[in-house]
Ligand binder design. Sequence first.
Ligand code: 5GP
Length: 191
Amino acid sequence: MPKGSLIVISGPSGAGKGTLVDRLVARVPRLWVSVSATTRKPRPGEMEGEDYFFLSAEEFERRVGEGDFLEWAVVHGNSYGTLASTVRDRLEAGVDVILEIDPQGAIQVKNLMPEAVLVFIVAPSMEELERRIRSRGAETDEQIKTRLATAVRELQLVETYDHVVENDDVARATDELVGIIESLRNSEGRS
Ligand code: 5GP
């Protein structure tokens, strides 16, 4: 059975990655979104094992030591990592896997698995990005500043990515993502 492909999706907080990934998965069969581990505290409504595996700093550290992560990074002061075993099992089973991770992690994945396809989602402008983050109302002014500064820094890594998708319109951007996966499958004879 042909193996699945690894698709890495990154982009600044507020660019709309989560919405696009939800839409993508609803449209494309045989696609699985990896659930990361994090030391960040759950936000209201987030579910253990569904949004993240919420670990203590000690447990995260222990699992780093055991080599459990395909990649991991510190983002906004918390650790985040992709658990290698579940991803490898899915790929072996011929399922395409999506990692929604930050650029530090994306670069680690590209080094380990050069065949991984990296997609960067951008908002139409920094002003629009700020407006979207503020409209969620989830962060303090200080946190918003940190997130915007991270967005500027991350944009400098955009050249590492195979595709850049502008989320100007959710339906259009979803179509573009679907097209990327379909052409990937076509090129591998798996359509
Ligand atoms: P949030 O706390 O808003 O859910 O995520 C913050 C950032 O961490 C986002 O940029 C997200 O893509 C990134 N992130 C989530 N999971 C992982 C992971 O497993 N590894 C890495 N490197 N980044 C992650």
